[in-house]
Design a protein around this ligand. Structure first.
Ligand code: ADP
Ligand code: MG
Length: 257
């Protein structure tokens, strides 16, 4: 473990479904682990697709039990392929409804994570496809966010809403929240639309970094969940594995300090 850095909490955010959040969370987390860091991966999507990918969707207790105060966060941690994972399932959706009645409802995740935070170098949070109270909890708990954008038609449409939400959280509950950058996924340099979309992203997010590393379109990334696993264990020589390893190195550089 690299002891001389403070824990970095990073949320993977985009309010649309199918933009590569879960794929990025799992494979960035595993790449960081392969590079020698201690990593906690948090499933914070009630649809639990991360937990489904990793074949732990029936785990009990899960993150909803923790946030309800019904289980210790330590008891919900699972060991998966060298990382710790906090599983989720549809109970988190029920929790979201009852959260509205809680005091400090935006800070619950931060409060519980803070009990174990210092055990990790990186905590990666896979967010739900919404800018709901759950996602606000993730933003309050985070130092950085990464926004994955797939190179598909109009996939960036409405993304200014993320900037507005981040700004609102910065002004109230988490002044140090930082959009680390935009991650281009399903990248295919030979498609003409790619150039158009990259230009459009640069216009829409002129004040935000687009990461140097782009995650290429790779069918091996689609297949790996079928084996309940990350790309490094299902297809270590694939483009997807190469790109997520490069991306993890870029993240390490950018979050050094
Ligand atoms: N670089 C990529 N190349 C090909 N398919 C990808 C890539 N990244 C993600 N996918 C696929 O796109 C779909 C949506 O990705 P996912 O990570 O589940 O998005 P989200 O969590 O934002 O809903 C999944 O079927 C996934 O396997
Ligand atoms: Mg997902």
């Amino acid at each position: 473990m690299k002891k001389n850095q403070k824990t970095k909490v990073i949320s993977i955010v985009n309010q649309k479904g199918g933009t590569g959040k879960t794929t990025t969370a799992v494979n960035l987390a595993k790449a960081l682990e392969l590079l020698g860091y201690k990593v906690l991966l948090v499933d914070f999507d009630p649809q639990g697709s991360l937990s489904y990918y990793l074949d732990i969707e029936d785990a009990s207790p899960n993150i909803a039990d923790v946030l309800l105060g019904e289980a210790n966060i330590e008891d919900a941690l699972l060991q998966v392929s060298g990382m710790h994972v906090l599983p989720s399932n549809t109970e988190l959706a029920d929790l979201e409804i009852s959260l509205a009645n809680y005091d400090a409802r935006e800070s619950l995740l931060k409060e519980y994570l803070s009990r174990i935070q210092e055990n990790y170098d990186y905590i990666i949070i896979d967010c739900s496809p919404s800018l709901s109270l759950l996602t606000v909890n993730a933003l309050v708990a985070s130092h950085h966010i990464i926004i994955p954008i797939p190179m598909e038609v109009l996939s960036f449409h409405g993304l200014h809403l993320i900037k507005d939400t981040v700004q609102a959280v910065k002004e109230t509950l988490n002044p140090s929240l930082n959009i680390l950058g935009i991650l281009v996924v399903k990248y295919s340099p030979v498609r003409r639309i790619t150039t158009q979309l990259l230009t459009a992203i640069q216009e829409e997010f002129s004040d935000t970094l687009t990461f140097k590393t782009k995650i290429r379109l790779d069918t091996r990334l689609i297949e790996s969940p079928a084996y309940g696993n990350n790309i490094f264990e299902t297809a270590p020589n694939s483009k997807g594995a190469e790109d997520y390893l490069d991306f993890a190195k870029e993240i390490i550089q950018l979050t050094k300090k």
